[in-house]
Design a protein around this ligand. Structure first.
Ligand code: SF4
Ligand code: MSK
Length: 633
C-alpha cells in the first residue's frame, strides 16, 4: 500500500508554484497571479451577467434604479443573451477545431504527412453514413467521409448525423422539445441572431437555444473532432507516462506543445524523433530532445504516444518560469497571450502556428498540412539551437512528478469493464456494458462521475478537483476524467494504479480485477463526446433512460466558454452537471431557476451549483444515491 507521500498534495504543488513565482519575479516576469490582483474584485455586473453591449445605445447595466436597458431588455433577457453567446462561442471553438481536422482528412494520402491510422474506425463511420466501402481504396473512402463530415457544418436541411448514436429516448425528447441539433453553423448563427438587439428577450427560449447549440457541439462538432482525430492519428490506447513540471529535463532540449489541435502536435512529436533531427541535437553535444505536452494537447499526445504531461491550464506560465523551456509551440485555445511577454523574460522561443490564434510578440509559423513535417523539423532544430541560450541562474525545475496510466477511450473502457462481474455478455464484441451495470446494480460500484473542465484562479487552483476526486473514490464511485481535470488526477498520482488504495473496498476490487486506475483518463476536453457514448451505451444496455443511470458530470473549476457549451450538451443528454464556479447569470433569478430546475422539465437534468467543493461532492454523492434509490438498487 503506498504511503501518503506517494501522492502529490495541493500544498506541494502550491509550494513549487511559489518558488517558481519568486524565480520569475527575479527575472521581471509577471504571471496570472499578479494580474489577478489587479482584476480583483471583479466587475459585479459582469459576474452577474447583467451588462449588455449588444448595441451602441448602450452599454446598459441593470441596477436597482435602472431595471431595464434603454431598449427595455431586463436582467433575464440580458443574462440569458450573454449566456447563449457563451455557448455559441464554445460550440464554435470545438466545432471549428473539428472542421480543420476534416479538411486535413480530406487531404490525407498514403505518403503523408497525414495518413489514415485507424482504418477500422473509418470503415465503421463510412458504413454508418452509407458511404460505399467495397472495393474502394481507404483514401477514397476517407475523402468522401471528410466531405460528408464537412457538410454537417452548413447543410441546409436535416439534423446532425451523429445524433443517431444517442439512445432513442433522448432523440425523442430532443425532437419533442424542438432542440434536435441542425447544422452546427446554423445553431451558432441562430444563437447569435437571437441575441442581436431587438430579438429574443424571453430567457426560456434563450436557454432552449443554448441546449440545442450545445447539442450541435456534443453530438456534432466535438464528436466529429474526436472521430476524425482517432481515424488520422489512431484510437488511443493505454500508456504509462508521467505528469507535472518534473518531466522537464535540465540536460535535454525541452520542446513544449500546448493547445488542442493534435494535427500540429502529432507532427511535432514525429519531428522530435526524426533521425536527422536527433543527430543534429547530438552534434551539439546535447543528450536528447524532450517533447512534453501542456493542457489538452498533452492529453492528446499522452494517449497516443505516452508523451509526458507538463501540466494543465494554469501551469502554462510555470513551464516558462522553469527557465528550461527551449521552445513552446502553441496551436489553438486556452493559450495565455501573456506567454509571449513572459517568454521574453527568459530564453524561450514562443511559436504560434494557427491563423485562429495570433499573439503579438510570438514567432508565427503558419502550419500547412503539405509542408507540416519539414516545418516541424525546422522548428525543433531552432529549439536545439536555443538550448545554448539558457540563463543558468534563472533555472528552477520542481522535482514533483507522478506516474499516470492514461488512454481510456470508450472502446478501451468497454474492453476492461466487460469483465467486471464475469457476466461476459457480448464479450466478443465491443458494447458489452453488462459487467459495469451488474457492478453498479450490486452496489460494488455506486456510480460514476465524469470529472471535466479547467482550473481557475477564482478559486484555489486544482483544489476542488482534487478534493472531489478523492472523496468520490472513497465512496466507490468510479471517475472518468478529461481535459485539465484529468491532469489534476495525473499530477496528484490519482491516475496511477496504486490509487486503488485510497478507494472504497468495492472500487478497489474493481481496480484490482481489471488492473485499472480508479480514475480513467479519457482525453482532451473535445473528447467529452467519448463520455456521452459511454453513458449512452450504459443506458441502452441497462434499458433505462440516460436521466436514470447513476452517472453525472462535474466541472468544479470550469472557466472557458467551451465548458458552458459542454455543460449544456451533457445536461441535454440527461446527465446532471455539478458546477463549482457559478455561471455568470446570477443577476437574473429567472436564469438561475432555468438552468438549475427549468431544464429538468425540458431534458430531465440540470445544473447543481455550489462553490464549496466539500458540499459539492456531498451533493454529487447524494444525487447518485437518489438515482439508485429511484431504481430500487
Ligand atoms: Fe442596452 Fe438594449 Fe442595446 Fe443591450 S441591446 S446595449 S440593453 S439598448
Ligand atoms: S484545456 S478548456 S482549460 S479543460 Fe482543454 Fe483545460 Fe478547460 Fe482549456
Amino acid at each position: 500500500m503506498p504511503k501518503a507521500t506517494h501522492f502529490t498534495t495541493i500544498e506541494q504543488l502550491e509550494a513549487d508554484n511559489t518558488k517558481l513565482h519568486e524565480n520569475g519575479c527575479s527575472a521581471c516576469a509577471e504571471t496570472y497571479e499578479d494580474r489577478l490582483k489587479t482584476q480583483t474584485p471583479h466587475c459585479k455586473f459582469g459576474e452577474d451577467g447583467i451588462c449588455c453591449r449588444n448595441c451602441s445605445m448602450g452599454p446598459c447595466r441593470i441596477t436597482p434604479k435602472g431595471q431595464r436597458g434603454i431598449c427595455g431588455a431586463d436582467a433575464h433577457a440580458i443574462a440569458g443573451r450573454n449566456y447563449l453567446r457563451a455557448i455559441a462561442s464554445g460550440t464554435s471553438s470545438h466545432s471549428d477545431h473539428a472542421r480543420e481536422l476534416l479538411h486535413i482528412l480530406r487531404g490525407t494520402k498514403p505518403e503523408g504527412p497525414y495518413t489514415v491510422k485507424d482504418e477500422v474506425k473509418l470503415i465503421e463511420l463510412a458504413t454508418e453514413w452509407g458511404v460505399a466501402t467495397e472495393g474502394r481504396g481507404i483514401y477514397d473512402i476517407a475523402h468522401e467521409v471528410a466531405e460528408l463530415g464537412l457538410q454537417e457544418f452548413g447543410k441546409a436541411d436535416g439534423f446532425q448525423r451523429l445524433v443517431s448514436r444517442a439512445p432513442q429516448e433522448r432523440q425523442d425528447v430532443w425532437a419533442k422539445e424542438g432542440i434536435m441539433p441542425r447544422a452546427i453553423d446554423r445553431e451558432v448563427v441562430t444563437a447569435m441572431h437571437m441575441t442581436h438587439m431587438g430579438n429574443t428577450a424571453d430567457a426560456e427560449y434563450l436557454v432552449r437555444q443554448g441546449l440545442r447549440t450545445g447539442l450541435s457541439n456534443g453530438w456534432g462538432g466535438s464528436m466529429l473532432g474526436t472521430l476524425v482525430t482517432d481515424i488520422m492519428f489512431g484510437t488511443p490506447s493505454v500508456w504509462t507516462t508521467e505528469a507535472n513540471l518534473g518531466v522537464l529535463e535540465k540536460d535535454m532540449v525541452n520542446v513544449v506543445v500546448h493547445g488542442h489541435d493534435p494535427a500540429f502536435s502529432e507532427i511535432l512529436v514525429d519531428a522530435c524523433e526524426d533521425k536527422s533531427v536527433v543527430e543534429y541535437c547530438r552534434s551539439k553535444g546535447i543528450k536528447g530532445i524532450n517533447v512534453v505536452g501542456l493542457c489538452c494537447t498533452a492529453n492528446e499526445i499522452a494517449m497516443r504516444h505516452g508523451t509526458r504531461m507538463a501540466g494543465n491550464f494554469l501551469q502554462q506560465e510555470n513551464v516558462i518560469l522553469t527557465g528550461v523551456c527551449d521552445m513552446m509551440c502553441v496551436d489553438i485555445q486556452c493559450i495565455f497571450p501573456a506567454l509571449a511577454t513572459l517568454a521574453d523574460c527568459f530564453h524561450t522561443k514562443f511559436v504560434t502556428s494557427s491563423p485562429i490564434a495570433r499573439i503579438p510578440g510570438a514567432i508565427h509559423v503558419e502550419f500547412h498540412p503539405d509542408t507540416a513535417f519539414e516545418q516541424a523539423k525546422e522548428l525543433v532544430r531552432s529549439a536545439i539551437d536555443n538550448y545554448a541560450n539558457r540563463i543558468e541562474d534563472k533555472i528552477f525545475i520542481p522535482e514533483a512528478k507522478q506516474k499516470a496510466t492514461v488512454g481510456y477511450p470508450t472502446e478501451q473502457i468497454i474492453r476492461h469493464l466487460d469483465n467486471v462481474s464475469n457476466s461476459h455478455v457480448a464479450s466478443e464484441t465491443l458494447g458489452g456494458y453488462r459487467g459495469v451495470i451488474d457492478a453498479v446494480k450490486s452496489g460494488v460500484l455506486r456510480g460514476a462521475v465524469a470529472m471535466v473542465g479547467c482550473n481557475n484562479p477564482r478559486v484555489r487552483p486544482d483544489y476542488s478537483h482534487h478534493e472531489i476526486m478523492r472523496e468520490l473514490l472513497k465512496n466507490d464511485i468510479l471517475v472518468v476524467a478529461s481535459g485539465c481535470s484529468a491532469q489534476v488526477a495525473a499530477k496528484a498520482g490519482l491516475a496511477n494504479k496504486d490509487a486503488k488504495y485510497i478507494c472504497g473496498s468495492g472500487l478497489r476490487r474493481v481496480c484490482e480485477l481489471l488492473d485499472i486506475p480508479p480514475i480513467l483518463h479519457m482525453g482532451a476536453c473535445v473528447d467529452i463526446s467519448r463520455m456521452l457514448l459511454l453513458a449512452a451505451g450504459i443506458s441502452e444496455d441497462w434499458g433505462i433512460p440516460m436521466t436514470q443511470i447513476p452517472v453525472v458530470g462535474c466541472a468544479p473549476e470550469w472557466m472557458s466558454e467551451k465548458a458552458v457549451s459542454i455543460a449544456n450538451y451533457v445536461v441535454s443528454s440527461g446527465l446532471d452537471v455539478y458546477l463549482g464556479i457559478e455561471p455568470q447569470v446570477k443577476g437574473s433569478s429567472q436564469m438561475m431557476e432555468l438552468i438549475t430546475e427549468g431544464t429538468k422539465k425540458i431534458v430531465g437534468a440540470g445544473f447543481v451549483i455550489n462553490t464549496d467543493p466539500h458540499e459539492l461532492v456531498k451533493s454529487i454523492i447524494d444525487g447518485i444515491e437518489a438515482k439508485r434509490a429511484f431504481l430500487g438498487i
